[in-house]
Design a protein around this ligand. Sequence first.
Ligand code: C2E
Ligand code: MG
Ligand code: MG
Length: 649
Amino acid sequence: MLRRYISRFLNLYRIDAGDMALMRAQYAAYSRRIPFLYFILVTNSLASAWTFTRFAPPWLSVYIPTLLFGVCIWRGIWFWRMRNVTFNDADLLRQVRRIVALAGLLTLGFTAWGLMLFHYGDGYAKGQMIFCMSLNVLACAFCMMHLRPAAMAIITFADVPFTIFFYFEGHETYRTIAVNLVLVSVAMVAVLLAYNRDFTRLVGSRTEMRRLSDENFRIANIDSLTELPNRRWFFSRIGEQHAKAVRTRQPFAVGIIDLDGFKPVNDTYGHATGDRLLIEVGKRLRDIGGEVDGLTLARLGGDEFALTVTGDVSPDALKALGRRIGERLRLPYAIGSAQAQIGSSMGFAVFPEHGDTPEQVFERADYALYFAKRQLRGEAVLFSAEHQARIRDDSVIENALQSADIEREFSLVFQPVIDTRTGRVTGFEALARWDSAVLGAVSPAVFIPAAERTGLILGLTRNLLTKALKVAAQWPEDVRLAFNLSAHDLCSPESILAIIAAVNASGLSPRRIDFEITETAMARDFSAARAGVDALKALGAGISLDDFGTGFSSLSHVHSLPLDTLKVDRSFIQDICDNPASFKIVKSLAALCADMGLTCVVEGVETADQLALLKTLNCDRVQGYHFARPMKPEAIAAYLANGAGRAVA
Ligand code: C2E
Ligand code: MG
Ligand code: MG
């Protein structure tokens, strides 16, 4: 029992290293009071020293107090210099221990000095000394209230010797002072303990509140899957960076990364594997963030990531960074038993060169990414003057498209597809034409992407298909219709249903139709595109993979889709006579088609030499200016009647 009380009493002097947050708050509160503490101590004691110079020898009235004041001033300066330093836990503990030890030592020093001086004084001087000493103890304990062991050391090392000293001094008044001191000291300890409990509780609840608000901040700003900062954080970050860049005139860059080939992985192996792949991508990006100064990375959502760069944002530096990220993300991913490989395309834009506001810089980076995706897949593209001009052109086209009379301004021309062996016309490919009331003739290579961007493509496709079906219904039974579908058409169930309805309403047998699709649709959303392909296949139509060999052709698509035809892109034919590589590619594609039972159509045949070469490769069908340019529907009957495909023979 007694031991328990003793141990509880001794605990009052113990420094609790178990709660460093509390200790940090105690240290902060204590350091704020340091100037007042030393001011009170020095002025108070200086007043007594001054009085006692008349009575006591100099070593006691001058030298010892000078030494004590020196220690106080040295500590005061030390605290002033350390006011902005944040200590780690170990250093903080060391500092607090030092404070408590010094509080005890200084109290002992001042108490011993005061008691030694006491005898030299007359009645008045003794009165001043008692007043000064009591004030010192009260003030110091008060200033050190947050740091209980220090306050306890002061009360103990001052009041205990005083009480003993005055009690045995022999004078009745002094004895009263001693009793008074004991009672006041006990009350002071009680107040101190109550205050300390409240302070500890307050710091505890504040720490908890800070922890909760930190946690909320984390949840609101961190992407839970990859643990990278999220879209919200990223936009507030570029906002801050913009404000800073305006002030300091230092440029910064924004980059957007889009993974190439992520969707097929997600579709083939499932979402859990897709998530693990994204986690690994996040980890690789975080690693790069740690290696490159001034680089911060975030996940915008899906397979899109973003970054900001400060410091060197020259085109060379950004290209090098883009290469570094691209190379790292391209390394194979081992996810469970699966091995996956993906690529990435990137777009960069720089403030203030490419945009005035953070939103504009982001949009420009997005445009550069869009450009990379379409034209330089797998690479990092920096926004340029050429893009700027394109944006202007794009918006002109988009505006004209929005106000176009689709029924009247859009028409179709048809290009024959010829059987290489017999020279017979096997079908016609329908190609869209736009004679804009505002802009004149616009190429489909321009208006199809614009229609996709503006969401007009579905209506346009429906209109063109209806027109194409009407024309094809006039043709002989053995002539097929090839019709191009955009990625948006293929991935939209609504559009697929409208296509099926249009075919059924036309009276043309679906078996006479080939829908041409490109791999862009597969990259967009493989499962939706696959569902579209299956629905068209179920209708009875044929499926052709158009422009094969460009961009990001993947043999896995050839393998996994129910294709009938592969259309070899015309870029290989252009130089097939001079470039052995093109020749070999076409040769292998023709062989691949033969092996897989697909019809091989070679597009863009312009010369007899090209045709002769293609014949040696056993390509099934050909298409190109060498046979006929795309023609108006009215010209088809005459073309078929007047020796179509003569050029083949
Ligand atoms: P595509 O489907 O690969 O069509 C072939 C393109 O090559 C056509 O260009 C055609 O006129 C052109 N061409 C044919 N033979 C030759 C040749 O010997 N030499 C050269 N240099 N070019 C030749 P066009 O009509 O400008 O169409 C461009 C692309 O626009 C098409 O490429 C297709 O992807 C798209 N497109 C055209 N019409 C439609 C449509 O109705 N819907 C959709 N979604 N896309 C369409
Ligand atoms: Mg086509
Ligand atoms: Mg093509």
